[in-house]
Design a protein around this ligand. Structure first.
Ligand code: 26Q
Length: 816
């Protein structure tokens, strides 16, 4: 198999063949979808030869690989990424034009695979991109959800969820491999037996099983010829299962059984912080982990591989606790299936896993009821109990007589019900435990897992998150990319620190003018999109103030809303002359978990405020609020390059890292932000002058929490009082004074994330933003310095850190 030639003629020929032979239509009669599918298939040919090569060498080569275990991959569209990796953009554009087709139209026909909720899923996608670009062998393992993150629509300003039917138009980027299916068992019981050599052993007699069919996705490196694999598992009923039931004559029952099995990978759970102990969710987790371990250990590695050396060939990175059931599963495979002794198996297992924690919120830590695990995975519960018993013996030896500590550290909690604390299991099993930003890793050590870090200080480390510069700069912002490349060459695409070379240009008036022209043209591009997509008229001359992320109380979209209402109130009350206001367009993008009441109320309030503000001549040209529905990776790629101001306003100590903050800074937006997550590192790097800091620091938050009375902030700050009173007045709800009652009461009487406490500091910082924006040239200088100093936030650097400090893997030698 060889790579097709890189010429327009060859492309056109291959494309037309795909259209005719693959789609079964002539060019003249083809639909846009036919054309898009044929295009995808044509482009993927260019990756195929190298992909097959990488898969073959993986099996042969003794180089240690990374198995990235993640329940989510928020990939975004595939076509552009593949065009970029293969350098086919110009050839394809020209070739399509020769056929009378427009590349942009075909691009827009692709439905993005939204197989993740937000930050954690997108991080996984950035990481696999970086590993491929760095030539590091990696298999990403995950779940092929038939329905990804829901499509958000607004009805009367309220969020309504629609199923994400991303597979219905055809999925040209995936390759099913039914021949590599894995069986996955559930339920039943365990029993002991005596094996051939007289040893007493345990075995699991399962109650039912399904099979996992892998679907492979190509993960191309940036112009390096390497193509890694993302392997996503889809659940099916087994053949035997079918036969048995179909034979028994109950056809309808048999079909139901099949549906039951296929339910496991039907839908992505849209909650991203308050996991409920749902049985199906645990089934998903075990399902993909069992498939993945069996795949690597028994299919990728040679059949007779000596499992005591497994850690020399693979390290599994646990993306949060979602895949942690892999720990007892590996023990089961080694002890029950491969007949290793418990101690040998544990020694290997402990070297094969590393764990990344992505949260600080206690309610986001997964705890599975012991009853549920016992019912669904009886053997795993026994294994967890034994791991726990041996671990607690170690704790008792180290801290004699400290039974309180033993209880705190136990993997199994007793209260409120018996539950398995997945973060404890992960920490006990892992070689390394890392947080995702410097501050987060510190808090993880000192506040979330203090007993563990006292026992094993060397196990804890930090790896600050990063984002891929290929998708989020080169691809999303072609104009800025061209400007940067013209100035410093194109080495930055794979070595983002080279952006430092832009520093001196911040002081070059001509460069600043060109930089501003790029921003402006990105705003125009966004305005076109939002006009078509949502019917918004985006004022391209105003400051674009962007807050895009999942909707959460701790992220404090309500604080941003209070600021908007304050500005509006000051103008309509006549206290501020609109002519003196710096024109702003506030952009929100956010999905709320469908069952998260307060988040949904916030969405409704934003939409109501937006409708009134945008329609009020009193603020025309100075303030508008746009909230395009269904924020996703594709929309992010248009929004981020146009942004002037990046809102990163979580309560200090609550946002583990944030990655939108990095994408926005890298695209030349200035940040207004708290001292939280990776904001801390962004500010350190870009400098205080180029960052608008506000709000309490984490230790102040901890102190205030003991005696916080939010209504006092309301009483003591006139602007805040006016804003909240206006919200409650019915002015944004056609006179209905109760419309935002839940939201307002929550702020006044609960305010768990202290939005009111930070209000004064926030609006003052916004005044500093306005003052700075009045000097466009100085603003451009600061924005350029943000770009120049954010090279650190490349996910390539994150991967370097994982490689050096956690995985100890190496890039595959050339040709491997
Ligand atoms: C767990 C169990 C049951 C159902 C759902 C979940 C679940 C799913 C997704 C829990 C959490 C998530 C996602 C968390 C997440 O995205 N965290 C973010 O991770 C980013 C990458 O490290 C950080 O930048 C963000 O700060 C963090 O909030």
């Amino acid at each position: 198999m060889s790579t097709p030639p890189h010429t327009v003629d060859a492309f056109v020929e291959a494309f037309l063949r795909e259209l005719n032979v693959g789609q079964g239509v002539s060019l003249a009669r083809s639909s846009v979808n036919d054309q898009a599918l044929a295009l995808a298939r044509t482009v993927r040919h260019h990756l195929m030869a190298r992909w097959l090569e990488a898969i073959a060498t993986q099996r042969r080569s003794p180089v240690k690989a990374v198995g990235y275990l993640s329940a989510e991959y928020l990939l975004g569209r595939q076509l552009d990424n593949a065009l970029l990796a293969t350098d086919l953009l110009d050839v394809v554009r020209e070739g399509l034009a020769a056929c009378g087709l427009d590349l942009d139209t075909l691009r827009d026909a692709e439905l993005e695979p939204g197989l993740g909720n937000g930050g954690l899923g997108r991080l996984a996608a950035c990481f696999v991109d970086s590993l491929a670009t760095m030539n590091v062998p990696c298999i990403g393992y995950g779940i092929r959800y038939e329905y990804g993150i829901f499509r958000q629509t607004f009805v009367d300003g309220r969020q309504v969820e629609q199923p994400d039917t991303w597979l219905t138009l055809g999925s040209p980027w995936e390759f099913p491999h039914p021949e590599s299916a894995q069986q996955v068992d559930f339920a039943g019981y365990t029993e002991t037996y005596v094996d051939d050599d007289g040893q007493e052993r345990c075995r699991w007699v399962s109650g039912w099983h399904v099979v996992g069919v892998p679907y492979n996705y190509m993960v191309p490196g940036y112009r390096n010829g390497r193509v890694n694999t993302l392997r996503l598992w889809s659940a099916r009923a087994t053949k035997e299962f079918d036969l048995e039931i179909f034979n028994s004559g109950d056809y309808a029952d048999a079909v139901r059984a099949r549906t039951f099995a296929e339910n496991i990978t039907k839908v992505l759970y849209p909650e991203d912080s308050t996991p409920q102990g749902k049985e199906l969710r645990l089934q998903q987790q075990y399902f993909f982990v069992a498939c993945s371990l069996a795949d690597y250990m028994f299919e990728v590695l040679p059949r007779d591989f000596d499992m005591t050396r497994l850690h020399e060939r693979i390290v599994f990175q646990l993306n949060d606790t979602h895949p942690v059931i892999a720990v007892p599963e590996m023990m089961r495979l080694l002890v029950d299936v491969r007949k290793l002794s418990w101690d040998d198996a544990w020694a290997v297992t402990q070297k094969c896993f590393a764990y990344t924690c992505h949260t600080l919120l206690p309610e986001a830590l997964e705890v599975w009821p012991v009853d549920l695990i016992g019912r669904l995975l009886p053997r795993h519960l026994e294994i967890i109990e034994r791991i726990n018993a041996e671990f607690l013996a170690e704790v008792r030896e180290r801290f004699p007589g400290d039974e309180l500590r033993v209880r705190r550290m136990s993997i199994i909690s007793d209260y409120p019900e018996r539950g398995v604390r997945m973060a404890h299991l992960a920490t006990v099993a892992a070689t390394k435990v890392n947080g995702v930003a410097a501050l987060h890793s510190e808090l993880l050590r000192d506040k979330v897992l203090p007993d563990f870090s006292e026992m094993w200080p060397e196990r804890f480390t930090n790896v600050t998150n990063g984002v891929t510069p290929r998708r989020f700069l080169k691809q999303a912002n072609p104009r800025l990319s061209d400007l940067v490349t013209e100035a410093i060459g194109d080495g930055w695409i794979t070595d983002l620190d080279q952006l430092q070379g832009l520093e001196p240009l911040a002081d070059d008036a001509e460069f600043r003018a060109r930089f501003r022209a790029v921003k402006r043209s990105n705003k125009e591009r966004l305005a076109d999109l939002l006009r078509r997509r949502d019917g918004y008229e985006l004022p391209v001359d105003s400051m674009l103030d962007v807050m895009v992320k999942r909707l959460h109380e701790y992220k404090r979209q309500s604080l941003k809303l209070l600021h908007v209402v304050s500005v509006y109130e000051q103008i309509v009350s006549g206290r501020v002359d609109p002519a003196s206001v710096v024109p702003r367009t506030v952009v929100f993008g956010a999905k709320a978990a469908p069952g998260y009441r307060m988040a949904k109320e916030t969405i409704h309030a934003i939409n109501c405020v937006s409708a009134v503000v945008n329609d009020d001549p009193a603020v025309k040209g100075v303030l508008s609020v746009v909230f395009p529905s269904n924020y996703n990776v594709t929309l992010a790629e248009s929004l981020i390059p146009a942004a002037d101001l990046s809102e990163q306003i979580s309560l200090a100590g609550k946002e583990a890292s944030g990655t939108g903050n990095m994408k926005l800074a890298l695209n030349g937006a200035l940040t207004i932000g708290t001292d939280d997550g990776a904001n801390v590192e962004i500010r350190e790097l870009v400098g205080d002058d180029n960052f608008f800091l506000f709000g309490m620091l984490e230790p102040e938050v901890a102190t205030l929490a003991e005696h916080y009375v939010p209504s006092r902030c309301y009483e003591e700050d006139d602007d805040l009082k006016r804003a909240i009173d206006l919200l409650s007045s019915g002015a944004f709800a056609g006179g209905d004074r109760t419309a935002f009652e839940p939201l307002v009461s929550n702020l006044l009487y609960e305010d768990r994330f202290m939005a009111l406490a930070d209000y004064r500091s926030y609006v003052d910082a916004q005044s500093r933003v306005d003052a700075a924006y009045r000097d466009p040239d100085a603003w451009a200088r600061a924005a350029i310095l943000n770009v120049a100093r954010c090279g650190f936030f490349s996910s390539d650097r994150s991967m370097r850190d994982y490689i050096d400090r956690i995985w100890h893997t190496e890039p595959a030698p050339a040709g491997e």
